[in-house]
Design a protein around this ligand. Structure first.
Ligand SMILES: Cc1ncc(CO)c(N)n1
Length: 225
């Protein structure tokens, strides 16, 4: 099949789920700076647990790599995830939470659902399936970071400056672009017309699980109140 601009085509085919993820109420409140800190804290603790499993998914991508170049690209993704976790440690330290407290937190069902879904896509499928399941994570956060960055210029005291800056950063933007480029290579090699709908279904599901992940922050903060 014609696989040009494959990321844009997959996103267009899953646009409703994608928008529910990147335009979630959590992101709107984050942009406005009105998101309750309790909601953000619950989200961030779960996100730390999420990233541990996500690092395993990138490690699986290394294992599933047919070529050395695929392996090096997956290693870049793994490094980006491991680097991102410093943000979580830093922000949590500011609230008096230590790394040990984070690791000891129970994983929420939404965290388990999303991470294990991605790991399963990788286990049963090939590197393209796994890569598509991984895509909403890095590419979505990069899109959100770019979109929210102007809110920082508008508000010098923005409460979520550190978080937004991380995802708007050159390093994170590059990692997301590398992910788009790798997906393109994999699609050129392995994507057929018959597989396209399966690939879109994986992307849609992962985007839905991302939206559920934002929602979890609100739900957990309400339960703890
Ligand atoms: C749930 C989730 N998705 C994506 C990212 C970006 O790596 C993250 N930190 N957490």
């Amino acid at each position: 099949m014609n696989t040009s601009a494959i990321f844009e085509r997959i996103k267009a085919a899953a646009i409703e789920d994608w928008q529910r993820y990147v335009d979630h109420e959590f992101i709107r409140q984050m942009e406005a700076g009105t998101l309750a800190q309790a909601v953000f804290q619950q989200y961030l603790i779960q996100d730390y647990l999420f990233l541990i499993q996500y690092a395993r998914a990138y490690a699986l991508a290394i294992y599933k790599s047919p070529t050395l170049e695929d392996m090096q690209l997956a290693q870049g993704g793994l490094n980006a995830i491991l680097g991102e976790m410093h943000l979580h440690i830093r922000l949590c330290e500011g609230w008096g939470l230590k790394k040990a407290d984070l690791i000891a937190a129970p994983e929420h069902a939404a965290t388990i659902a999303y991470t294990r879904y991605v790991l399963d896509c990788g286990q049963r499928g090939d590197l393209l399936d796994l890569h598509v399941a991984l895509a909403p994570c890095m590419i979505g956060y990069a899109e959100i970071g770019r979109r929210l960055a102007p809110a920082l210029a508008a508000n010098p005291n923005h409460p979520y400056r550190e978080w937004i800056s991380e995802y708007a950063s050159e390093g994170f933007q590059q990692a997301a672009q590398a992910s788009i480029n790798h997906m393109q290579q994999l699609a050129d090699r392995a994507l057929t017309e018959a597989r396209f709908l399966d690939i879109v279904a994986i992307f849609s599901k992962a985007s839905q699980l991302e939206a559920d992940f934002w929602q979890m922050g609100f739900d957990l903060a309400r339960e703890k109140n």
